[in-house]
Design a protein around this ligand. Structure first.
Ligand code: ATP
Ligand code: MG
Length: 201
């Protein structure tokens, strides 16, 4: 019985190896990529910061812009500011409609923050740029979509970019190389469990 199972497993693995090897052989374009992490489930920003850690592991230069309210505590901000002075980091500070309910001040904050993001997207010394929660700036129409798309498309050829946030629209998806949608199967919050330091923020 065990022998048969072992044999079946071996055959399945051989088949998988052939398929993976052939896909790897076909991927022969070596260039930086644009990644969109979207969807309603948990895991978008944390995935982006996972890539920041990977990049730093190779001594790459990284720029991070968070389009979120500065008063919101985030472990990634605390860590990067304390331990990674080599990482360029900028957070929006003010803004976000449901807090300020002042559209004009939100737009000003979005534009000020976008100016920093744009400067990162023009900086060839940055290997990786994370634009966390950028999609909301597009869905609220706070930023000009053409300007954002063109800055992402015209970034330096060696620079990868990661955009996070729900939605974002078809045009954004179209210009990205990789688009992942994190599905909300279930979330602790909906069972009344509080957002947890070090896990959720
Ligand atoms: P994370 O930063 O944990 O990777 P995220 O970037 O995918 O989450 P956001 O929409 O940016 O998700 O939300 C940030 C916060 O909201 C986190 O505390 C996260 O746990 C929580 N959150 C994410 N998805 C859900 C959900 N479906 N229901 C309730 N809370 C959620
Ligand atoms: Mg997020």
């Amino acid at each position: 019985m065990t022998d048969r199972k072992d044999e079946k497993h071996k055959k399945a693995m051989q088949k998988q190896k052939t398929s993976v090897d052939s896909s790897v052989a076909q991927a022969n374009i070596d260039r930086a990529v644009a990644i969109l992490l979207t969807g309603n489930g948990k895991g978008k920003s944390s995935s982006a910061f996972g890539m920041v850690m990977r990049a730093l592991g190779y001594g790459h230069r990284v720029g991070v812009v968070q389009f979120i309210k500065g008063a919101m505590l985030s472990g990634e901000e605390l860590y990067l500011k304390e331990h990674c002075p080599q990482v360029e980091f900028y957070q929006m500070g003010t803004g976000f409609t449901w807090d300020t309910q002042d559209r004009q001040s939100d737009i000003e904050a979005a534009e000020r923050t976008w100016a920093v993001a744009k400067s990162y997207l023009e900086d060839a010394s940055l290997d990786l740029v994370v634009l966390d929660e950028l999609t909301y700036m597009l869905s609220f129409d706070y930023l000009n979509e053409d300007a954002v798309l063109s800055a992402i498309q015209n970034r330096p050829s060696g620079q990868s970019v990661v955009v996070t946030g729900r939605g974002g629209g078809k045009r954004l998806q179209d210009i990205m190389d990789t688009v992942s949608e994190v599905k909300d199967v279930k979330h602790a919050f909906n069972a009344g469990i509080k957002a947890r330091k070090g896990v959720d923020f």
